[in-house]
Design a protein around this ligand. Structure first.
Ligand code: ADP
Length: 229
């Protein structure tokens, strides 16, 4: 698993590094350097690849801090509906690029819980990112919320590639990635769900998955409101 991780990481970093190097070389070309619009285009490319690498580094740092139990939590009363809406805003371009559609069905009358805004945003982001990544065609995503057991439940459903029972039993393990079928075309480190589970554990919540190959997947997260802590 670890060597798979190293291979994936090498691949994920080599592509942006090569792109940045190429863009820099192109800008230094005398024919390009005097063409302002071309220069700006290549600078934009460098910036985009830089952001991409930054996101990867963030993920790795998150896991490293979880390992050392150094992770900092700042618990406060927050609305899970606001968190989900914010994450959806930041993913808008990514979803539109794949002609995706997101349906929201917010049935929780009380979206407030005591939790860490940043980590819960990362958790929602990881689940939505997977729903988009593992939908080969236009993603059709449904987000549902409700209140149950003195807490908040949300589910993220996609109509993507789905998973066998055997795969489902391993997805929360660190570095696990399904490597058969089309799946290895999709980039990733196998860290997103491991991080998600750690964050949910720290909030004393639960996560479940229902999935069928070729039909899609639904991840359901329960977070106790913890408001009396
Ligand atoms: P990554 O996406 O970087 O590989 P994750 O930890 O987020 O890592 O997911 C682990 C594995 O679980 C993925 O490689 C994939 O095989 C499977 N998986 C996660 N979410 C989905 C989904 N919505 N649909 C199908 N497979 C999924």
């Amino acid at each position: 698993m670890k060597s798979d991780f190293i291979n994936n990481m090498t691949h994920e970093f080599k592509t942006p590094i090569a792109t940045i190097s190429l863009a820099a070389d192109t800008i230094s070309n005398p024919k390009v350097i005097n063409d302002e619009s071309k220069v700006l285009q290549f600078i934009g490319m460098i910036k985009k690849e830089n952001n991409r690498m930054n996101k990867k580094v963030e993920t790795i740092l998150q896991i490293a801090s979880l390992d050392k139990k150094e992770i900092q939590f700042r618990f406060e009363n927050i609305s899970m509906h606001t968190i989900i809406d914010h994450v959806l805003d930041t993913m808008d371009i990514q979803i539109q690029q794949k002609n995706g559609r997101v349906t929201r069905s917010y049935e929780a009358g009380d979206p407030l819980i005591c939790g860490d805004n940043e980590h819960l945003s990362n958790l929602v982001n990881n689940l939505l990112d997977n729903a988009v990544k593992y939908s080969p065609d236009s993603p059709e995503i449904t987000i549902r919320t409700r209140n149950a057991d003195h807490g908040f439940v949300f589910s993220i459903e996609d109509k993507g590639i789905g998973m066998t029972k055997a795969v489902q039993s391993k997805i929360f393990e660190r570095f696990y990635r399904q490597t058969s079928g089309n799946v290895h075309d999709v980039k990733g480190f196998g860290l997103g769900l491991n991080y998600a589970r750690a964050i949910i554990d720290a909030h004393k919540g639960t996560i479940n998955v229902i999935s069928e190959p070729g039909k899609g997947s639904t991840f359901e997260v329960y977070l106790p409101s913890n408001l009396d802590i």
